[in-house]
Design a protein around this ligand. Structure first.
Ligand code: DUR
Ligand code: ZN
Length: 141
């Protein structure tokens, strides 16, 4: 984990947060993900008048990486200019679990230079992952 360039991830996520489209919540979020390739991808939250059509920064960052051909990731960092450090929401934890291992670090930071670090496994224990689908023909047959 020590070889992860967290300042680079924070800088990328902060720039992404500046592009957030959050007119309803006024809660801008930026996320940076570090792929196994070493490349960094970013996303911001994009809200919608329907509210339900809103997509979080985490899922947009992962989608940007996937369209670039990435499938495996080493770290994710959330940036919000909020006093409380924001963790990924439940839906995003599920999407992160599709591509990150349980021991992958998930960090949150803010404009006050505060940071909090979890593993994905701490945020989503006993995750439903693709492994279960691969084994589905053997289970309960
Ligand atoms: O980790 C989080 C938490 C919230 N949001 C967005 C969704 C919505 O646009 C706004 C308020 O929930 O923040 C994210 O993008 N990521
Ligand atoms: Zn989310």
């Amino acid at each position: 984990m020590s070889d992860i360039n967290w300042p680079a991830l924070q800088s990328a996520a902060q720039q992404a947060a500046a592009q957030a489209y959050a007119p309803y919540s006024q809660f801008p979020v930026g996320v940076a993900v570090l792929a196994e390739s070493g490349n960094i991808y970013t996303g911001c939250n994009v809200e919608n008048a329907s509210y339900g059509g809103t997509v979080c920064a985490e899922r947009n960052a992962i989608a940007a990486a996937v369209v670039a051909g990435e499938r495996k990731f080493r770290a994710l960092l959330v940036y919000t200019p909020q006093p409380a450090l924001t963790p990924p929401c439940g839906i995003c934890r599920q999407v992160i679990a599709e591509f990150f291992s349980p021991d992958a670090p998930v960090a949150s930071c803010n404009h006050l230079q505060q940071q909090q670090l979890w593993t994905l496994g701490e945020l989503l224990p006993a995750a439903f992952t693709p492994t279960y689908l691969a084994n589905s023909s053997k289970v309960g047959a």
